[in-house]
Design a binder for this molecule. Structure first.
Ligand SMILES: NC(=O)c1ccc[n+]([C@@H]2O[C@H](COP(=O)([O-])OP(=O)(O)OC[C@H]3O[C@@H](n4cnc5c(N)ncnc54)[C@H](O)[C@@H]3O)[C@@H](O)[C@H]2O)c1
Length: 325
């Protein structure tokens, strides 16, 4: 591979810096997939309690007690960062979300690790260019951002800067595949990809509540029983292709814009282009996606999937195990 990162070596050694909530999850997940992990923390108590905190996570992967012990045995604890990074092909930093702390850790990692070692951060909010400010070769710094609960949610964000070589992004994708997760790449910017989308919805919801326009229960029911199942099955763009003509989608955004004057609603170029090209969705055989075969068959399959998921959700509802009021 160009750029000198090689391929993620199966069973190789990874150092996780920070044995808190996320470090514990990340280390256990890597161990589950055969990697040898050294976890490092400045607090001895966090290292001492690591196995106890990791056991339930490992147990969520397997009912077999022996397998759980194998996973735990692949992780060792180490207070010295210099010792912890020795022989690692990647370091994954998961110290608390304090910029100065992260910058200091990366400065130290830059000094300790050979240039072909990938330096990853689990930051939730900082730009990687800021975290890498004191790193001499920032090309090897990348964000690998887990979504809580990280051992269950299959998507991981790969945050890159304009200085990140494309082959490092592909390297990280391959690494993430090796732990049975899916990597989604996005350039560094506030909110990355998932929070940017998530908070677009949440800020509207907070506003509805502040203005007394909708109740908590109605908001949750509205999202859970309409947007939620469709988004879970197909994501926002395929959902749009499957349920509405692009002409209608554009007309709705234009109408919202006219009524509110809010620039966020103004129909975007990509949507207008599809309308102009006549690529309106499943009914024309092309929208964001290209549809092959019989469209009626696609619609029947759409409805079958949705019905099956709603039945599952209804059964989960009936079980009512979350104990909330
Ligand atoms: N908690 C979440 O749900 C979540 C989700 C996604 C991402 N993140 C991100 O993951 C990172 C870690 O979050 P957390 O919730 O696990 O934090 P945490 O406070 O539980 O753990 C941080 C750990 O880092 C250790 N630490 C501090 N400085 C250190 C150093 N110089 N060397 C080694 N260890 C050091 C601390 O002792 C502590 O044990 C943060 O950047 C956070 O934003 C958290």
């Amino acid at each position: 591979m160009a750029g000198g990162f090689g391929s993620p070596p199966p069973g190789g050694r990874i150092c996780v810096v920070g044995a808190g909530f996320m470090g514990c999850v990340i280390a256990t997940l890597y161990a589950r997939h055969g990697y040898k992990v050294v976890i490092c923390d400045t607090q001895f108590a966090m290292l001492d309690s690591y196995a106890e905190r990791a056991r339930p996570i490992a147990a969520s992967f397997s009912d077999d007690g022996a397998e759980v012990e194998v996973m735990l045995s692949r992780v060792s604890t180490e207070p010295s960062l210099a010792n912890a990074v020795a022989g690692a092909f990647m370091v994954h930093e998961a110290v608390q979300e304090v910029l100065e702390t992260k910058q200091a850790v990366f400065e130290e990692l830059d000094r300790l690790c050979p240039p072909d070692v990938v330096l990853a951060t689990n930051t939730s909010s900082f730009l990687i260019s800021r975290i890498a400010e004191r790193v001499s070769a920032r090309e090897r710094v990348v964000g690998i951002h887990y979504i809580t609960p990280g051992h269950i949610i299959p998507v991981i964000e790969i945050i890159h800067g304009n200085f990140t070589p494309p082959d490092l992004i592909e390297w990280v994708r391959a690494f993430i595949r090796s732990i049975d997760h899916v990597g989604v790449a996005c350039p560094e910017r506030p909110g990355f990809l998932i929070n940017k989308i998530q908070f677009a919805m949440l800020t509207e919801i907070y506003r509805l509540i502040d203005e007394g326009l909708a109740s908590r229960d109605d908001i949750d029911a509205a999202v859970r029983l309409s947007l939620g199942p469709r988004l879970a099955l197909w994501g926002p763009l395929l959902t749009e292709d499957l349920i509405v003509s692009k002409k209608t989608a554009l007309a709705v955004t234009d109408s919202l814009y006219e009524q509110t004057g809010d620039e966020n609603y103004r129909g975007r170029k990509a949507l207008r282009d599809l309308v102009e090209q006549g690529n309106l969705g499943v009914m024309t055989g092309q929208g964001w996606y290209k549809f092959e075969g019989d469209q009626n068959q696609t619609i029947r399959e759409r409805d079958r999937q949705l019905t099956a998921l709603l039945e599952w959700l209804s059964a989960a509802d009936a079980a009512g195990r979350l104990n909330v009021r």
